[in-house]
Design a protein around this ligand. Structure first.
Ligand code: HEM
Length: 402
């Protein structure tokens, strides 16, 4: 777990500190004013920009800020390079590669998350959400994070990958091991290996028994006259699962938490469902779940900070989205916010490839819940818990309703 409590957020921040995980907003406000690019030696050392302009500038400067290691945690000290057949996932293209690999691997994924594909998945997502609400609506209580948010994206992504939906809990466990418990090296490595071994088997099977899923298509795709390597297919499949699950479930969970704890917003959204498109963008802005890392490629002075080749910089999209220089009433959720150029999905060449899917899932999840449960709240004394690090979102949101 984390070490000493933090007393100096500018020089010694800790993204796993319970105060930061639970409520980072005042910390970012303070840093933005007093030390816009913070630094720490914890967790392998990193820099933490907090303004919109800085996060945007670094996202676009791919020459000096590489995606060769996008994890907010350093790799395990004794991590060995394993081949895919032994559960190794050497690369996660396109997220963990720079051009030129980035360009063609991203192109392979995009059609799977186009508006047309997402429209097809919307019908399935709506049925799924209805079924989940049907399952607990009569109980008068549920955990909006664990019983609802957590159940949705993993099932949709399983369908895209052509892997059994019944494996959902297992996938969720592996993804949590890799992202949420990343500070526990053993757990992270074990989760990644189990996920790698499972997907490796799936990749081999698709070579002789292709289906109509993403893995099958990749296995039979050529690049520059050659079939894609196992390493690339496995990496893209693993990224789809890792990027598509925890992120969206966290965004849905934060939205449910917000609506459970902000009666006026909840009632307004029920009364004015036409606000849903701007409300979804606003909830994504205010509770952006994802922080990514970059590796500095050459010594550079950035905003007066001496960054050295090999240093890590955390792209703090969530803090950028609360920057009052860009967003009026930045710390409030304004359901009908008209201008909202938020960075929840990143910026530049690595901007989220699954944002159409993510937006649809968040919208449908809120719509289907509110249709059957328009009034709900967190009861007195109930404990809401949050996970943080690479992806921030609630893990338990106990709510009661009529
Ligand atoms: C609310 C949910 C989501 C959020 C907040 C989110 C956020 C992000 C962010 C911030 C990035 C940029 C990474 C970087 O700059 O290093 C990213 C990239 C990516 N996301 Fe998402 N994401 C979400 C859902 C999804 C879903 C559902 C998928 C579907 C598989 C997905 C797939 C990807 C992929 C493949 C990339 C890498 C794109 C590239 O490197 O070119 N994401 N996402």
């Amino acid at each position: 777990m984390t070490g000493n409590p933090v007393t100096d957020w500018a020089r010694d921040y800790d993204i796993f500190d319970p105060d930061y995980v639970g409520d980072p907003f005042l910390i970012w406000d303070d840093l933005r004013t007093n030390c816009p690019v913070a630094h720490t030696e914890r967790w392998g050392g990193s820099w933490l920009p907090t303004t919109y302009a800085d996060v945007m500038a670094i996202s676009h400067d791919i020459a000096r800020f590489s995606s060769s290691d996008v994890g907010v945690m350093p790799p395990a000290a004794d991590a060995e390079e394993k081949p895919p057949s032994a559960g190794g996932i050497p690369v996660l293209p396109p997220i963990s590669v720079d051009p030129p690999e980035h360009t063609w691997t991203r192109r392979l994924m995009l059609p799977w998350f186009s508006h047309r594909r997402v429209e097809e998945l919307e019908v399935i997502t709506r049925d799924l959400c209805r079924g989940l609400v049907d399952g607990f609506v009569a109980d008068g209580r549920a955990d909006a994070a664990a019983d609802y948010a957590q159940q949705i994206p993993v099932r949709i992504i399983s369908m895209v990958l052509g892997v059994p939906e019944e494996m959902s809990d297992t996938f969720t466990g592996w993804v949590r091991d890799v992202l949420e418990f990343a500070h526990d090296e053993r757990r992270r490595e074990a989760g990644a290996e189990a996920l790698g071994l499972y997907l490796y088997e799936q990749v081999q099977r698709r070579k002789t028994e292709p289906g109509d899923d993403l893995i099958s298509e990749l296995v039979h795709t050529e690049h520059e006259g050659e079939l894609l390597s196992d390493e690339i297919v496995l990496g893209i499949a693993a990224l789809t699962l890792i990027a598509g699950v925890d992120t969206t479930w966290s965004a849905i969970g934060s939205s449910m938490w917000h609506l459970a704890t902000h009666e006026a917003d909840r009632r307004r959204l029920v009364a004015e469902p036409e606000l849903m498109p701007t409300a979804v963008e606003e909830l994504l802005r205010a509770y952006s779940p994802v922080t990514m890392a970059r590796v500095v490629t050459e010594d550079v002075e950035f905003q007066g900070c001496p960054m050295h080749a090999g240093d890590k910089v955390l792209l703090n999209f969530p803090a950028a989205n609360r920057d009052p220089a860009v967003f009026e009433r930045a710390d409030e959720v304004v359901l009908d916010r008209q201008i909202n150029r938020h960075l929840a999905f990143g910026a530049g060449i690595h901007r989220c490839a699954g944002s159409n899917l993510a937006r649809m899932e968040v919208r449908v999840a809120i719509e289907e819940w509110l249709r059957q449960i328009p009034e709900f709240s967190v009861p007195e004394g109930a404990e809401v818990t949050w996970a943080g690090g690479q992806v921030r979102g609630p893990r338990s949101v106990p709510v009661v309703f009529g």
